[in-house]
Design a protein. Structure first.
Length: 145
């Protein structure tokens, strides 16, 4: 009887731990979905900031947009949002190849970022859209001659 009671207590303790873990995971998935839905807004803020031509007339607008964007991004980063590192070699788990171009870089090297990727608490929300090198352009030119 005592053995049964100890097993039941251990099972109940495991149940409580599993339930707490499931609740935490559900919260993180919910936050991730909300943040994923905000990623196009982040992209639009970056596009808006890059569209200003630098004239004095635009300075107030640019500063206002920068402040709002910085506050939103700071809040999201505080919640666990991180930008995907998109330098060096292509990683199929973090990057999506949009195009391959000839360049002086080794094959598979990221040469341009088209759209930033983001993670939330080590969960990939969106891969980075990148342009990669498909090989040494000068070697291919030499072969063609």
């Amino acid at each position: 009887m005592k053995d049964k009671l100890l097993r039941l207590a251990a099972e109940f303790d495991n149940y409580k731990k599993r339930t707490a873990r499931d609740i935490d995971m559900s919260k993180n998935v919910g936050k991730a979905e909300l943040i994923r839905s905000l990623l196009p807004t982040i992209d639009e803020f970056e596009l808006a900031l890059s569209a200003f031509d630098g004239s004095k007339h635009d300075e107030g607008h640019v500063r206002g947009i920068e402040l709002v964007f910085s506050n939103i991004l700071g809040t999201l980063k505080g919640a666990g949002l991180k930008e995907v590192e998109s330098k060096g070699r292509y990683d199929p788990y973090k990057h999506e190849i949009i195009m391959a171009k000839e360049s002086k870089e080794p094959e598979g090297t990221i040469i341009e970022i088209v759209r930033k990727g983001y993670t939330f608490n080590d969960m990939l929300l969106r891969p980075s859209a990148v342009i990669v090198s498909k090989g040494n352009a000068s070697k291919e030119e030499e072969k063609g001659e």
